[in-house]
Design a protein around this ligand. Structure first.
Ligand code: ADP
Length: 364
């Protein structure tokens, strides 16, 4: 049995025409790190707050170990919560902040001290126990908030955009720290972010949210390699897309006389409108004359170079597909560009090549 289950959860906020969360089903296994990922307003925080007990669902059931928990107040759900704003008490020391959940739970003072110290050690801040929160950096304050969430050894830790106030370098450090804590403590973690890179770094599984619904729930690698639909393909990683119509041979016909073979064309019917998605690192550059040649085992689209930008470890070649209202870009390693022969110039006619296996078709 899953540790946490959302069963047909819907949440309507008063006065809002559309539900914030609609008919959500989600099972979370004990010990897993699961991330709720999606654009702003897609229902991630509402989902987390219903689990924490700060919001009530309009309908459906949330279960912990098979037992409904909706009637339990937040402090009786055995869940530690970390918010984006650290919400530390300014007048208390770091040690007092961390021990606070224990004092609320009427744990004796000696135990508060030993468990508070242990929690601070877990986040490597034992040496700062007597400071006040404002004497700490943002990253350190967030570690204190994390220690406070861990101090009563909850079965589940919930985190809502805990790193978004930190700069990039610190955020990446904290991601590794959270990974380490998850590995060492074996606690179940439910994490909310709009940052796909963060979700990919941290998670065993990612639930991709859109308009109050889960578009796909899968391991990071599977989301990237096997997106379920165009939304996921665009939200996870970079993506090129263009719309067309499927012909009787299972090829996608595009305006401008382009025609494409794709891997999952059999999922659609002839005549269906469809969108094709190709990752930029799956594109290669070929001479424009190649596109006029006989059909081969790869797709070749005629395009005009808009810009070629050196980005350190790769080149970003931005193009306009001929006869189509679509800008596609290729990410090319320096040696791939060397194979093309020279740096592409603005206005140059080229062909973009890709294998049918690297082209995903989705109903448009
Ligand atoms: P996310 O965390 O993905 O940004 P939220 O769960 O915060 O999304 O919000 C989902 C939807 O519910 C949004 O349309 C938001 O405006 C709305 N919403 C969130 N909180 C409230 C609230 N307290 N009252 C009314 N509407 C809310």
């Amino acid at each position: 049995m899953a540790l946490i289950e959302f069963a047909q959860i819907t949440k309507h906020y008063p006065g809002s025409a559309t539900p914030a969360v609609a008919d959500l089903n989600l099972a979370i296994e004990a010990g897993e790190f699961i991330t709720l990922l999606g654009p702003s307003g897609s229902g991630k925080t509402t989902t987390l707050m219903m689990l924490a007990g700060f919001e009530q669902p309009s309908s459906g059931q949330i279960r912990l170990d098979g037992q409904p928990i909706q009637s339990l107040p937040p402090h009786r759900r055995d869940m530690g919560v970390v918010f984006q704003s650290y919400s530390l008490f300014p007048h208390m020391s770091v040690a007092q902040n961390v021990a606070f959940p224990l004092s609320v739970r009427k744990v004796d003072e000696a135990t508060q001290r030993t468990r508070g110290a242990a929690a601070l050690d877990k986040v490597r801040l034992g040496h700062l126990a007597e400071r006040k929160p404002q004497q700490l950096s943002g990253g350190q304050q967030q570690r204190v908030a994390l220690a406070r969430a861990l101090v009563f050894e909850p079965r589940v830790v919930l985190m809502d955009e805990p790193l978004s106030a930190l700069d990039k370098k610190l955020r990446e450090e904290m991601q590794l720290e959270i990974r380490r804590l998850h590995r060492e403590l074996g606690v179940t973690m439910v994490f909310v972010t709009h940052d796909q890179g963060e979700a990919m770094t941290l998670s065993d599984r990612v639930a991709v949210f859109n308009q109050g619904r889960i578009e796909q729930l899968a391991a990071p690698r599977a989301l990237y390699d096997h997106p379920a639909n165009a939304f996921v393909a665009s939200f996870i990683g970079d993506n090129n897309s263009v719309a067309g119509r499927l012909d009787a041979d299972g090829r996608l016909q595009l305006a401008g006389g382009h025609s494409i073979a794709a891997r999952n064309a059999q999922a659609l019917n002839p005549g269906d409108a469809a969108q094709i998605c190709v990752r930029p690192e799956r594109l290669h550059l070929a001479p424009a004359t190649d596109a006029a040649g006989p059909a081969s085992d790869r797709n070749l689209l005629r395009a005009t170079v808009l810009d070629a930008i050196h980005q350190g470890d790769h080149w970003r070649v931005v193009t306009r597909l001929d006869g189509l209202d679509a800008t596609w870009f290729a990410k090319l390693a320096p040696r791939e560009l060397a194979a093309f022969g020279r740096t592409p110039e603005t206005g140059q006619a080229v062909a973009l090549g890709f294998a049918p296996d690297d082209a995903w078709l989705f109903a448009a």
